[in-house]
Design a protein around this ligand. Sequence first.
Ligand code: FES
Length: 117
Amino acid sequence: MQTKNTNDTLTRVNDVFTPESNVVHVEIDNIPCKAYEGESVLSVLEAHDKIQISKNDHQQVAGAYCGMGICFCCTVSINNLKRRACKTIVKEGMKIDTQKNTEDIVEAQFLENIKNN
Ligand code: FES
């Protein structure tokens, strides 16, 4: 179940305890949400109940499996670059898009390059 606030932000629903580090602000699928310095992108996604996060070339949706960088089942788009969520530390202003496969990301990078040139 994914919870959404009335002011269009995602709410963390799966924290075991309240993290004590500084808050950073990110977007998951274009919805603003809160993260904490030092946590992985996968931790942020799971805290917000996002478990169906990647999509393979056969359009099958998957979730994180190993949690340690081996299986690539947590591949997401971070600032339009393909990254493993479990191996990426969250940073202020990150734009995280789930269920995008390589072709989606390559197309987004192509369009961004056209826009900037
Ligand atoms: S969960 Fe396996 S690489 Fe991230």
